[in-house]
Design a protein around this ligand. Structure first.
Ligand code: ADP
Length: 357
């Protein structure tokens, strides 16, 4: 399916104007992104937004309605032309591990290496098990392993045929929060040490941020922003991304110029210049870490909600005009429900959108 006409690209994976879906219905629209060699990308969004659908199209299980998917400058999916999954050199890791229960750990990892000699296969399997720290469990069966260990086996099995790209579909969802965090960092390290590119699908932004170089935020089948995690947080492209990424909420304000907004929390200034004229009505994003305790501040909201989280406490405050916002304080700053607390805004970024949007 290689097209001789298409130019060689520096990207490993290119997805251009992709649309696909089921039974005549399009659920993913005009998706565009590109992944560099050795990069880890992510499709992040709420349940049902189309993440797995894009992954299925990349794996070759779903035909395209329009657009193209190119891997190493080669068309692998076009409308009416879908290169078979087994010919794509793409590995997959699923949420439920999908290990073969009747095969040992070594048997699972070596499953895709049928064309190698016995010695080559054994050597490769042991190398991979070493990489995922499971050498000692080579002769165990999947049911004898923890969830985290099973997922390491699944990763080693996907890596065995030396794929060009690995797709990971909610791989840590069945694991508890602590293990999820550790395993996502381990998997990143393993992929980076091998220089293998990967695309992760998740609804968990912490996982996306910890593991990925580039993240696409999706909503209703469309990419809202494809960017580095830092930029998604500090420079969200629209109101949906601003609300979906990180914590926080919007309060009303009035533009005083390109980089200052007047609000019930006082004048909020930032390092970003907007084009709107003074007087424009806007909504300003207030993140919980934008609010600091200041004993001398005249701004004194009431505590209406309090969530203790060990090292920190998340407070929900209300002003006399009913404006509400959240603040995250170290937990030794302990206030009671109903108490008034002097605070001020200390935002290092200014994120706001016109009210009519
Ligand atoms: P996500 O992975 O973000 O949770 P999906 O890609 O699974 O979302 O689903 C996107 C949309 O496509 C949803 O509306 C879902 O109901 C629909 N969908 C998913 N799989 C199928 C299928 N096999 N047949 C018909 N509709 C489907």
């Amino acid at each position: 399916m290689t097209s001789g006409k298409t130019p060689v690209s520096d990207w490993l994976l290119e997805v251009n104007n992709l649309a696909c879906g089921y039974n005549g219905e399009t659920v993913v629209h005009d998706v565009n992104f590109a992944l560099g060699h050795g990069d880890i990308g992510c499709l992040l969004g709420p349940s049902g937004c189309g993440k797995s659908t894009i992954l299925r199209a990349l794996a070759g299980f779903l035909p395209l309605k329009s657009g193209e998917i190119r891997l190493q400058s080669r068309d692998i999916s076009l409308p009416g032309r879908t290169l078979a999954p087994e010919k794509r050199k793409i590995g997959m890791v699923f949420q439920d591990y999908a290990l073969f229960p009747h095969l040992t750990v070594a048997g699972n990892v070596g499953f895709g290496l049928k064309h190698s000699s016995r010695e080559e296969r054994q050597q490769k399997v042991m190398e991979l098990l070493d990489l995922v720290h499971l050498k000692d469990l080579a002769h165990n069966y999947p049911h004898e392993l923890s969830g985290g260990q099973q997922q390491r086996v699944a990763l080693a099995r996907a890596l065995a045929p030396e794929p060009t790209l690995i797709l990971l579909d909610e791989p840590f969802s069945n694991l508890d929060a602590d293990l999820r965090r550790r395993l996502s960092l381990d998997v990143r390290e393993i992929l980076k040490s091998l220089g293998i590119s990967a695309l992760l699908v998740t609804h968990d932004q912490q996982e996306a941020f910890a593991m990925c170089d580039q993240v696409a935020v999706l909503r209703a089948g469309r990419i809202q922003q494809w960017d580095e995690p830092y930029n998604l947080y500090h420079e969200p492209a629209n109101r949906f991304v601003a609300g979906f990424i990180g914590q926080g909420g919007f309060i009303p304000g009035t533009a005083m110029g390109p980089d200052a907004i007047d609000s019930e929390l006082g004048v909020i200034r930032g390092n970003r210049a907007y084009k709107w004229p003074s007087g424009t009505l806007v909504d300003v994003l207030i993140r919980p870490d934008d609010i600091v305790y200041d004993a001398d501040s005249p701004l004194q909201p009431r505590v209406v909600e309090k969530t203790f989280a060990g090292t920190s406490t998340l407070y929900r405050f209300k002003l006399s005009d009913e404006t509400e916002f959240e603040a995250l304080f170290r937990s030794h700053l302990d206030f009671h429900l109903g108490e008034t607390v002097p605070v001020r805004v200390e935002a290092d970024h200014l994120i706001a959108f016109e009210r009519s949007e």
